[in-house]
Design a protein around this ligand. Structure first.
Ligand code: FMN
Length: 170
């Protein structure tokens, strides 16, 4: 698909079929993530693939809302960084998250960004602390997001060209 069409087609997908993501598709997603631009080319981002159903369910409970889709995703890629590499790791991780979403769309897979950084439960628990505990991620890493991935259970309309916020172009 032409890139102009790809970015128009990409929408957040939150419902998935039970079909698995192949190892080749997984590698393509990670390849894209590792090619994402990073500050000074330092690649501060790190990734963890999660396929285990119990872990996906546990991750889906890291916030009170907005994370349930992980429970039925075929896979998640946790996007994190070693902040000792750069102080602008958030931007590096955001860049990688976007690349994963675009690669997923290119392969006909559905995906959705699930925010972890600065989010948590009403009881004060930080989403990141739950994610790190579930996946035994070392304390020094900072988690930005998780990308929920799978085969689309629904097709969504592409982006509406008529609703683009051209007035945001100053
Ligand atoms: C920084 C960021 C955080 C997001 N966090 C979540 C999230 O936690 N849960 C979720 O279901 N969607 C999340 N999304 C997806 C947005 O809700 C979605 O991109 C937006 O509604 C536009 O829809 P579209 O992606 O279909 O164009 C996030 C998107 C971004 C860019």
């Amino acid at each position: 698909m032409d890139f102009k069409d790809l970015i128009k087609q990409r929408r957040s997908i939150r419902t998935f079929t039970p079909e698995a993501i192949t190892p080749e598709e997984e590698r393509a997603l990670l390849r894209a993530a590792l090619m994402a631009p990073s500050s000074k080319g330092k690649h501060s981002y790190f990734f963890k693939v999660v396929r285990d159903r119990e872990q996906l369910t546990a991750l889906s409970q890291c916030r009170d809302a907005g994370t349930q889709l992980l429970a039925e995703a075929a896979m998640a890629i946790v996007v994190m960084a070693d902040p000792s590499i750069t102080d602008i790791w958030v931007e590096d991780c955001a860049s990688a998250t976007s690349y994963i979403l675009l690669q997923a769309e290119d392969m006909g897979l559905g995906g959705c960004w699930v925010q972890v950084r600065n989010r948590g439960k009403e009881d004060g628990t930080q989403a990141q602390d739950i994610v790190k505990q579930v996946l035994s991620i070392p304390a020094e890493y900072q988690v930005l997001s998780m990308v929920a991935l799978g085969h689309k259970a629904i097709e969504r309309n592409p982006q509406n060209e008529d609703k683009l916020l051209w007035d945001h172009v100053l």
